[in-house]
Design a binder for this molecule. Structure first.
Ligand code: PLP
Ligand code: ZN
Length: 442
């Protein structure tokens, strides 16, 4: 723990009124909000020369802590890391070939493999690593979070590494494997009988009652600062910055962080702009898509982003994405509009077919939320949202390890046998047509 409170590395600026918070000690004393206007959305800005960034981008990282000068931690000795954020951007040729064959498009299709993160193998590890390190530095030893699974699992692990107690509030339908993982680290789980919105409500009450800081969700500056390093990594790994970015969306930290990262480094990368955000939800929980479709039909009237439906108790196969009350839609929708992007819906009945196809063609088994993102690529092509010559980046955020029920549905080559006469060799290629057909047919 560090006792100094005067530091010159960074400060937080309120996005609503510009109020300056000098450090994270004060930010938590202020209950993680602006004391002037009450907004919870402050951004971290650094008193740094960004000339150093291109040099860092020229070198291979061991983790996202490679970008330490541009993260809000003062001492490297407080870092809690498991190699998160040092993940590859891969080219997935089978998707390029498909776009060429079916739509005549020459695309570069890349996939950002968040499922390979060191900590828990999800999109959430970098944020949890930054949170754990920061709490280590400023001396927070109790925290709480409401989560549908991946965030809580990552926070539970990293905070236990930092010896921070973390109480997790999960909705009734959260995946049992996530609950087991969190519990096994010794962190406390409250399974809330109700949906994610209800879990959040109880968590807020608990935080207030016990005066414990709570994760503020998608606009939490800690999460945004961690995730903005995605931009640095794409600059490092890709020949060309993506024109199109596809992600399964729940609350939208991804696009908010990308936008922040790009604005932050404008000085040294003046030509950089947001990719077109194509954000995907499933038909089981699609409030953002519904809001967007209504706004589009009405010609995006002034203030369109403030209107969105709330889905109570969403019934979905992807609990990770079950945000029925998308409070960040106003921020995310504006970013999507400005980027020329869109919100897309995929059908949950396609999750397993997309999972099987990806495992077969690429030998990467996606988790359900990753299958949503990959399905979004097919939807985007069908809707003519990707142009010839463009570079597309799909962000996939989880492998199948926390969704065993999903993986089990991928069995399709097994035979139950009683004797050797029933067993004959096979040819892998014979499955291809069937797997593509399952994905393509209506
Ligand atoms: C694997 C995965 N993909 C996508 C998301 C959506 O992330 P967000 O909407 O916060 O950008 C999440 C988390 O909710 C996730 O765990
Ligand atoms: Zn303010």
């Amino acid at each position: 723990m560090l006792r100094i409170k005067i530091q010159h590395k960074y400060r937080l600026t309120c996005t609503q009124c510009g109020y300056l918070t000098p450090n994270f000690w004060t930010w938590f004393e202020q209950d993680q909000q602006c004391p002037k206007c009450g907004s919870k959305h402050s951004e971290v800005w650094y008193n740094r020369r960004y000339q150093r960034l291109p040099r860092l981008i020229g070198r291979t990282p061991n983790s996202f802590w490679h970008y330490f000068p541009f993260l809000p931690l003062l001492r490297r000795r407080h870092i809690i890391s498991k190699g998160e954020g040092a993940i590859p951007v891969e080219r997935w040729i089978f998707l390029e070939e498909f776009a060429k064959k079916k739509y005549g498009l020459d695309l570069n299709v890349h996939v950002y493999r968040n499922d390979l993160n060191g900590g828990t193998g999800t999109f959430k590890d970098i944020a949890a690593s930054l949170a754990a390190s920061l709490f280590n530095e400023i001396g927070i030893n109790q925290y709480c979070i409401a989560s549908t699974g991946n965030s809580a699992t990552a926070y539970a692990k990293y905070l236990s590494l930092a010896k921070v107690n973390c109480s997790v509030f999960m909705p009734e339908d959260a995946i049992k494997t996530s609950e087991a993982t969190i519990s096994s680290y010794g962190q406390q789980v409250f399974r809330v009988m109700g949906d994610y919105a209800k879990a959040k409500e109880i968590a807020v009450g608990y935080a207030r009652l016990h005066n414990i800081p709570i994760s503020t969700g998608n606009i939490d500056p800690i999460r945004i600062e961690a995730k903005k390093t995605m931009v640095f990594e794409w600059l490092r790994q890709m020949d060309k910055f993506p024109d199109v970015y596809i992600q399964a969306v729940s609350g939208g930290t991804g696009p908010i962080a990308i936008d922040k990262g790009i604005r932050e480094i404008k000085q040294v990368y003046p030509g950089l702009k947001n990719p077109r955000f194509l954000l995907v939800q499933t038909d089981g929980c699609d409030p953002m898509v519904q809001a967007w479709e209504d706004a589009e039909a009405a010609g995006f009237p002034e203030g369109f982003e403030k209107k969105y439906p709330i889905i109570n108790n969403p019934q979905t196969e992807v609990p990770t994405l079950a945000t029925g009350n998308p409070a960040t839609y106003p921020i995310v929708a504006k970013l999507v509009k400005k980027s020329g992007g869109s919100f897309l819906r995929m059908h949950e009945k396609k999750l397993v077919p997309v999972g099987k196809l990806t495992a077969y063609e690429q030998k990467v088994i996606p988790g359900p939320a990753s299958a949503v993102s990959i399905a979004g690529f097919f939807v985007a092509l069908r809707k003519n949202l990707i142009k010839n010559g463009e570079t597309v980046l799909l962000n996939i955020g989880e492998g199948p390890n926390r969704a065993p029920y999903f993986l089990e549905q991928m069995i399709y080559t097994s035979h139950n046998v009683y004797n050797v006469d029933e067993c004959a060799p096979h040819s892998i290629d014979d499955y291809r047509a069937q797997l593509w057909n399952e994905v393509m047919r209506d």
